[in-house]
Ligand binder design. Sequence first.
Ligand code: TNX
Length: 766
Amino acid sequence: MKKIFLILFLSFSLHSIAQPVAIIPKPVKMELKEGSFTIDRNTSLEFDSKLSNLRNTVSFFSNFVNDVSGIRLHQHWKNGKKIYLKIRKEKVVGDEGYLLSVTPQSIVITANDPKGIFYGIQTLIQTLPKERTNAALQIPSIEITDYPRFQWRGMHLDVSRHFFTPNTIRMYIDLLSAYKFNTFHWHLSDDQGWRLEIKKYPKLTSVGAWRADRRGILWSQSQPTQPGEPTTYGGFYTQEQAREIVRYAAERNITIVPEFDVPGHSAAAITAYPFLSCSGKQQTMITGGIYPKDYESTLDVGKDSVYTFLENVLTEVMKIFPSKYIHIGGDEVDKSPWAKDSACQRLMRKENLKDLDELQSYFIRRMEKFLNAHGKKLIGWDEILEGGVAPEATVMSWRGESGGIAAAKQHHYVVMTPGEPLYFDHYQAGPEGEPLAFGGMNTLKMVYDYNPVPKELSPDEAKYILGAQANLWAEMIQSETHVEYMILPRMLALAETDWTPLPEKNYDDFYNRVQQKFREFDQEGLTYCEGNFNVTFVPGSRNGKLNVTLQSEIPGAQIYYTTDGSYPGAGSILYNGSVNIDSSMKIRAVVVQNGIVKSKVPSQQSFVVDKVSGLNVNYQFPPSTQYMANGINSLTDGIRGTLAVNKYWHGFAGNDMIATIELPETETIHEVSAGFLQRYSDWIFLPQWMKVEVSDDGQNFHEAGKVKNDISPEEMQLLIKDFKIDFSSVPCRYIRVTAKNLGVCPPGHPGEGKPAWLFADEIVVY
Ligand code: TNX
């Protein structure tokens, strides 16, 4: 659909208000027509009285209209025009689809199921203002056929790390429902808080929902509650509140999938009931990222009493949540207490479980059996694949897509929620000028461009992908406005990814509709991120000469830049096509929209230009496909690696780096250097040594110099070291740089004896 159809400004009169039509997610088929329907004091909203389950939807819409216009829709025809809701038996648009027809005479929504009618109503609402106008409302004539691409369209919220009130939850649900999500994944328990009243175990909330107040202190530096210290910070939902929220969500077509994260991430439950852990010892609530030594956060899965506890908890949970899925977590389990625990060891012998992964798998299977026996399905994080996945389990793939791919290949259902780009606790812009986030960068465009069906899957396997979900972990988030900020507008991008057919998606068009939604957010008083105004630098080369392409996510915006170190602005050089890099320089750039500089700070990138810049690199052992940086010639692209693993480095797993570069003609050289990374925690070590060989013919090489590493592999400090070799000038045509991989991780390292990584960037020759 063309932009002009979507962003159509309709006539504006004193008595009626219309706004541009910007529907998100974009409908499957939509056609704007001449004229419009006016909702006024005579308009009636009618439906077949046999369809009493439409009553909720009817009052939902009537209340909305009343709120924005003061008009009360009639339930029976007066003498005005009609809005009519119809359920049709013969299948046309599936359970969640609808047909919407607006003409100057009537509005008709047709669907196979009340869910579809509700979505038709949500589409109608998107054509209306979001603040009180006291005027008749105009809806442009329109014909829509619409239905979703995926059946699981989810958003998650962590209420454990910080507690959010029922009001905030209802706000969250309102947003989900406005953009046609159907699943709210409610992360109700974790180490820092248990958030649902369980009648049989009152301490879960009287103890597990409260901790010392550490607001104002960084999460990573937040000390545990001290013995005797008042536990004043926290909160929980009573069963009655939770039921009310389930009802509120159901009226908006949203299923709540509750998560109780076990057997790891269970410190709050253990603090309330110490018998749940292996040691059974008393502990206080942690308040953030500091876990004292020997702190218990894993359930003792060797004890029957733990299963009885969980079954009792789930029995109450299942009475509150009608969802067919129950999420049992399963992520990041510290299994080490099990190795020393006699009950676990006994169970392993009895059940013939060969390692701790199989013990975890036993636990998950047992939970699954219980849930299945009660007509429920188990869903868990992708770690539930380890040690063998439970027979009917659905897998939530968060550590990238690999868990989801593996599960789909084994014919298990999958919800895709890869950290990149679907963790909404990561930055969406900046990071300068943004609220502190957990890390990473998941921009609006990255979310929009995400396709939940990985190309590794055959069409048959792809059927196991239920859809995609974004997760909002709340370590860094304490307020409702901050919640809004993190999800708006990224959840709109996910809404379209989950709903709109792939060929209908178009980022520029989406971006324009988002700008219209910003007006509505302003009307509703919602907080949102205006955009990612960073400039991205994409290095390239042509005929052995470096250049760089500057990119921005903002359609239609301009980029201005400087190369002399000065601060860029709308008076600097206007970018139009790639910039040649013929000497070492720093480019600083800003995004300018309608003459206004939008970037809070300039983006910048330094380039080193030397004798091998822009030349091809040939490897004896190619770098790992996981760490290709800017492509195969990343070591000569003029951009140096940074302290982050995924920034510009070429990684070699267990192999040496043997890189050969051919100069365009014989040249005299006298210095070769290469940078390497040490990142102990990520199994990345400096080379043992580096040597340089030169040759005239590419066949016969002789050594020009060698330098040894003088930093211990046990050095845990993150560092970059340049290995540099100076020699008296030698003429040569070919340069070969060899860096000797440490081979295996050193003794005492968690990866002891396993292949070590070697990370290299950049080769510089003078
Ligand atoms: C990983 S995702 C976690 C959470 C953290 C999150 C922070 C998952 C299953 N576990 O416990 O909050 O990272 O991004």
